[in-house]
Ligand binder design. Structure first.
Ligand code: UD1
Length: 417
């Protein structure tokens, strides 16, 4: 099983390019299911989750092709099997995103209950309730969600919690429903907006994406379109934190500052100097960072997907930080591994108190989920001596060429068998 070997203590410096956003690419690829005409996508990241979704879509009859510029074309004209099997869904929770489009296009869907990161219960009840409100008949049988609807009907849906993929699933389903749907308490994440922009290019009538009320007027069919996936704000944030933790100086290209204000604010609080241009962000950090406290919450507040990386930074910062996780109930698993490197962290319920230590010492650590893996890599970059991060298949789900990009910034990091 692949591991990463990191020799810490190098200040990151230089430039790298940020990839397309995983969390935008996955729902947008599922949007191809809504049309009989091809959807052409640019800036799709090369990630394990993307490959998993391509296998899933391929099994349903979606034709997949890559053009010379590595653009992806998805043609669901000959869609024949509206089924998402357990073997693929269990490795990636986002597979649930096929449910809404399949039901809207085919009138039926059979989707395994999802797995994905082990960061809490992560039910899909709100996806199901929303589709039921649109007239779907849904039950769970032998671990599969079985959904049927002749044609979905527009409805007013209020989700009890803000759910990102829930909002996306319902928005996609509503595009082909009869009449108008309103999603209240909708997720405002930039990836929801990117999906809405792609759907609009396909002919959908959507208003309010990016606010907490999204209105969708159903149409009878969607066309093909071309769309460029937005930059990955979590990859951007991860590289910025890595640079700040190592006292480095980096410039990230092909990204945007407007999609990660809460993260940039926290980096400034840590003492980093940040310069933004239209499609790049530069960060400079002199000396040891100040510790930063944070509380995760839905966009535009601080993202849960950046909590683990900031915990790594706080481990070597000056002062004490309090990190509160409000989205997922089991998202501090990286803390135990960081402690193996000498970090001083106390967990009580959904709060972690991190006392900055003068240094971390390299050791073997185990990645437990996607963003936890990123925090262990950051810790390895600042630790003295060698750190081995095991189970990096989690990292490959969401970071494109992470070791190549970090090496480009001067890190001593390599993949070992
Ligand atoms: C998405 C992101 C993930 C990010 C998360 C929160 C994708 C592919 N993944 O995950 O990277 O960490 O948003 O920003 O975009 N919930 C329910 N019932 C539901 C749905 C959700 O109780 O039907 C709860 C979840 O358990 C969680 C909270 O709502 O506590 C938010 O989850 P949600 O926004 O749905 O996360 P995902 O969309 O799975």
């Amino acid at each position: 099983m692949n591991k990463l070997l990191i020799r810490g203590g190098v200040r990151l410096a230089g430039e790298v390019s940020i990839s397309g956003a995983k969390n935008a690419a996955l729902p947008i690829m599922c949007a191809a299911l809504l049309s009989t005409a091809p959807l052409r996508l640019a800036n799709v990241p090369h990630l394990r989750d993307v490959t998993t979704l391509l296998s899933l879509l391929g099994g349903m009859g979606v034709a997949v092709s890559l053009d010379a510029k590595l653009g992806l074309e998805l043609d669901a004209g000959k869609l024949h099997t509206p089924v998402a099997p357990y073997e693929l869904v269990r490795t990636m929770r986002a597979s649930i995103l096929v449910l809404g489009p399949l039901l809207a296009r085919c009138g039926e869907a059979r989707v395994s209950l999802p797995g994905g990161c082990a960061i809490g219960q992560r039910p899909v009840d709100l996806h199901i309730k929303g589709l039921q409100a649109m007239g779907a008949d849904i039950h769970v049988e032998h671990g599969y969600i079985i959904a049927r609807a002749k044609r979905l009907k527009g409805a007013r849906i209020f989700t009890d919690l803000v759910t990102v993929t829930g909002t996306e699933n319902l928005m996609m389903a509503a595009c082909l429903a009869e009449g108008t749907s309103v999603i209240e308490n909708a997720a405002r994440e930039p990836e929801v907006v990117d999906l809405a922009n792609c759907l609009k290019a396909m002919g959908a009538k959507i208003e309010g994406a990016g606010s907490d009320t999204i209105t969708i007027e159903g149409v009878s069919a969607l066309s093909g379109a071309a769309h460029r996936i937005m930059p990955d704000r979590i990859e951007t944030g991860t590289f910025l934190v890595a640079a700040a933790a190592t006292g480095g100086s980096v410039r990230l290209r092909n990204t945007s500052s407007g999609i990660l204000e809460a993260v940039l604010d926290k980096l400034r609080e840590a003492g980093a100097r940040i310069t933004v241009e239209s499609d790049s962000i530069a960060l400079e950090m002199d000396g040891t960072p100040q510790s930063v406290s944070l509380r995760t919450a839905p966009y535009p507040a601080f993202p849960t997907d950046m909590q683990a990386q900031f915990m790594a930074l706080d481990c070597i910062a000056r002062g004490t930080a309090v990190l509160t996780e409000t989205i997922f109930e089991n998202r501090f698993m990286h803390a135990l591994e960081l402690q193996r490197l000498g970090a001083n962290i106390e967990i009580s319920g959904n709060t972690a108190v991190v006392k900055g230590a003068a240094k971390l010492d390299g050791a073997s650590v185990m990645a437990t989920d996607l963003r936890a893996s990123a925090s262990l890599v950051i810790a390895g970059l600042v630790a003295t001596g060698e750190t081995v991060v095991e189970r990096i298949y989690h990292l490959d789900r969401g970071y494109e060429c992470i070791e190549e990009k970090l090496s480009q910034l001067g890190a001593r990091i390599k993949r070992i068998g």
